[in-house]
Every structure is written in C-alpha cells, then in structure tokens.
Design a binder for this molecule. Sequence first.
Ligand code: NAP
Length: 299
Amino acid sequence: MIDKRILGKVVAKPILEQVSRQVAELQRRGWQPCLASLEIGVTPEVSLYVRNQERVARQVGIRFEHRQLPAQITQAEVLSTIQALNTDPRIGGIIMQRPIPRHLSLHALQEAIHPTKDVEGMSPFNIGRVVYGDSLMGPCTSVASLELLKSTGVELRGLEAVVVGHSEIVGKPIALYLLESLATVTVCHHGTHDLPSHTRRADVVFVAVGKPNLIKADMIKLGAIVIDIGINQVECMNEDGQLRTKTVGDVDYEGVCEVARWITPVPGGVGPVTVAILMRNTVQAVQLTRQRYENSMQV
Ligand code: NAP
C-alpha cells in the first residue's frame, strides 16, 4: 500500500530547523525575535490557532506576545494598538488573528501594519510583491500550500493547476505563485458553472473553501495531487455511539485517496506548515528591521 499522504510535520521540520538556527544567530547579535498576536473578541478556533502558534514560537526561540482585545473595540483603538506595535523596537512581527468582528475594516487594519512587520504578508505592499514575483513575506497559508506541493518533487512548469476558492489570503496568492512557476492556472469560485469539469482535468487541485466533502473522488483525475486547505468541524458518531466533533477538510479524504497520487490530510497537512511559514516570516521581519536599523547607524 503506497503512503499517499503529504505530511505537514515532515515539510515543516527543515523550515523550523532553519528558523531555529536563524533565531540563535539573531540572539547572538542582540536581537530577540518577538511576534505580537492580536485577537479581537474570543473565538474558540482562534484560541486553538493561537495556542499552536505560541507552542511552535517557543520551540524555535521566538517570543510570543498575545494581546486579547475586547470584541466591542473601535477601529481607531485597534489602529492605535497597531501603531504602538509598529514603533515598538522589541516587536519583530504582528499577526492579526481572524476572524475579526464585522464592525471593523480588515483591509484598513492590514494596511496599518508596517510592511516590514507584516508577517502574514497581507499588507498591500507585501501582496503587491507577490504580484511582482518578488515576495519577501508571502501569505503564510498560500506559501505553505506551495511548499507541500513542491515536496512531492513534481515539476511545476506546465502543470495544469486548479485552485478552488479565491480569497485574498489563500486562493488568489496561490494562483499568483503558481503562475510565477509557469503552471497553467484555473481559479474556481462560487460563480463557476461546472466545478467538476475543471477539477477533473487538473494535475493538482488546491481547495480552500470551508465546505466539507466539496471535492469527491469522481472530481479528481487518477494520479493527481490534492492540497486540502479547508478546516471544518463536523459532528460524527464515535465507536460507542456518542456524538463528537471532528476536524475535516474540504475533500472527501477516504474517497479521493483512492484516485489521487498525493493528498494532504486534515488535520496534519497544511496547518503545521502554515505555522512554520509564520515563524520564517517573523525571522525575515526581524532581519529587515535589523538591516534598516544598521543602515541608519552608518555614517
Ligand atoms: P473564505 O474567505 O471564506 O473564502 C472561501 C472561498 O471559497 C471564496 O473564494 C468563495 O467564493 C469560495 N467558494 C464558496 N463556495 C464555493 C463553492 N461551492 N465552489 C467553489 N468555491 C466556493 O475562506 P478562506 O479564508 O480562504 O479559507 C478557506 C478554508 O481554508 C476555510 O475552511 C479555512 O478555515 C481554511 N484555512 C486553513 C488554513 C490553514 O492553515 N490550514 C488557513 C486559512 C484558511 P465566493 O467568494 O465567490 O463565495
């Protein structure tokens, strides 16, 4: 039986090892990387992501400072918190945990984060660099998804790629990265008339929608690669008849395993690599700040 799983922990390991070495080097030079996390209101999934980020940050030597802001906070108050973090020399990177309450403008908050501290790669400056094909700190989940694909050893040039979902944070940047590697890219969304007709001809399918079982075995070409980014909580029965919640992706994993050559499991696929890229971006952010500082000290 061939193991078809692309395991996130395997792909994340060398990334985190490199981050640990870079953190040690920065510390030796007197720079302690510190990642500031902002959470607005309380959402159980967000608390889980934050705990994971904090655990991995600690593992690689990055200080993690989490700030819990009240759900009723005003836009102006969040903006002033971001400004304070932008100018605080101890803070290397800033992550705005999602979702945020509806009364706040995500675009305005993302734009307020200084581009050299924008470790999520979502400020207009950093997104613009993805379009230029010259990204310094790319959006974590999209970079992670590409790392998982590359770990299979597949040649990206000429690959027929289908991206399902066109969000700013996942689907669109994935499509741009694929284009940069000369894959032929189709992006599907909820206006797409016949989703299976697109996914069935793809060598690789990325799915980032948030709908369990959206992608089934008969929608995937034999031997294709499937990168499942979705995270959904579904109810199921355990062995003793008790109802419980489990985490699944957007892909019918068991069915698609029969036809795909490679597939990312959920959990254990994209998630751990996303956190590893967040740590890599944090180190990159600190290195940028250090360069800026050292250049300004030169006479
Ligand atoms: P999002 O902003 O809600 O975007 C979902 C996308 O799916 C939209 O572009 C939407 O198109 C499209 N869509 C909706 N129904 C569709 C359908 N029936 N067929 C095709 N496309 C459809 O979500 P997101 O932030 O990109 O996240 C997507 C999923 O990835 C979620 O489950 C999220 O939890 C997960 N996620 C995972 C990670 C990770 O690290 N593993 C990170 C981020 C997100 P329209 O806008 O046209 O409706």
